[in-house]
Design a protein around this ligand. Sequence first.
Ligand SMILES: Nc1ncnc2c1ncn2[C@@H]1O[C@H](COP(=O)(O)OP(=O)(O)O)[C@@H](O)[C@H]1O
Ligand SMILES: [Mg+2]
Length: 266
Amino acid sequence: MQSEKFLEVHNLKKSYSVSTGAFTKSNRRTVAVDNVSFALERGDTLGIVGESGCGKTTLARMILRLIEPDSGEILFRNQNWLRARGSDLRALRRTMQMIFQDPVASLNPRMKVGAIVGEPLAVHEPNLSRRDRRKRVAEILELVGLGLESLYRYPHEFSGGQRQRIGIARALILRPELVIGDEPVSALDVSVGAQILDLLAHLQREFSLTLILISHSLPVVAQLATRVAVMQKGRIVEIGSADEVLGAPQHPYTKALIAAVPQIPV
Ligand SMILES: Nc1ncnc2c1ncn2[C@@H]1O[C@H](COP(=O)(O)OP(=O)(O)O)[C@@H](O)[C@H]1O
Ligand SMILES: [Mg+2]
């Protein structure tokens, strides 16, 4: 039996025009993502690693259709995702969610956590009773390790790690199938970040999520990824199972990234 490919990305490209001065109209363009292709099976955790500016966020935003690619194709569960319209588009949108680097910037400071986490439900399942919505919010808060008392508190009352848990709860409340974490632990202390990565691994199993974990840090990606893609200047220069890429890197850039990781003295 041929298994359904969960996500296929074919030849995605995106360039931005760069202004070279305040008064010059320039046609110079910078290629942010250059002909990227890869495929994911359901349940994979793909780590995308590469230095700042290599195009990771641009790629993530195209996969979620937050920005349009210049060219290329994306198949999500064999459907042409970039052409989806109307109710198909809405149905697919809720199955894909993003976790951001800085949850505070994406959390409304004047809303209580209960309302922030429940908002996607209010939008996508408006017929749910208040009681059922509250129940779903309480369930997801518990799953991310936050107590019920957090329902009535504001984002600024939480630590960075707790705020990331709020962001994760909000991303997961619609039970998405694909979650993209774009530098989800980069703003956190290493130990707090490690707890958030543990939580993501736990939730991935709990919800059978397919996860794309984006980071400039190889150790972060190595902690969770089953597959690793290495990006450099808009291109994927190496992709494979985490064991292959991290254990027997082929590309010089991958080798340099691995060599740059400080070894723990024994
Ligand atoms: N909205 C934008 N307008 C112009 N250039 C952009 C924009 N977003 C990103 N870029 C450029 O595209 C390249 C890739 O950026 P980005 O996708 O943010 O990389 P990363 O997430 O890996 O740091 C960089 O050169 C960046 O300056
Ligand atoms: Mg980025």
